[in-house]
Design a protein around this ligand. Sequence first.
Ligand SMILES: [Zn+2]
Length: 139
Amino acid sequence: MQAVLNDLLPSQNMFYAIKVEGTFAYIKTRSVQKQTEPYPPLVEVTSAQTVFEFNDVEGTLVGFWCPEYSDGINLPGYHLHFISDDFTMGGHLLECSMKAGTILIDTTTEYHMLLPENEHFAQTNFNSVPEEDKQKAEK
Ligand SMILES: [Zn+2]
């Protein structure tokens, strides 16, 4: 999937919204339990994630491509979620093999960010997340 999408992106320096509707021979997703405060680091949450595997399913992938320079705000690369057409299967995409489908890509030339206006956000040390943990949590 990444190789196909890589060929379709006009440039790796833009943000893209991506939608893929199709039939998938194989889909592997993950999901995590609902979290409560104080929120644990993502790498801890994903260490207890549930992995789902589906075969021969019709559904939709939606997500984004974020360019390398967005590192720190987003994890650069693809971030896609899957939902089956009957809404019974889904999750954060880990792996897939598509039989047939349609890929829609929308170039995004604006990036807006709203920051929380609270003390917890103001006092959080965002430098404390090791790069290895970020990669482990998202990939
Ligand atoms: Zn996700």
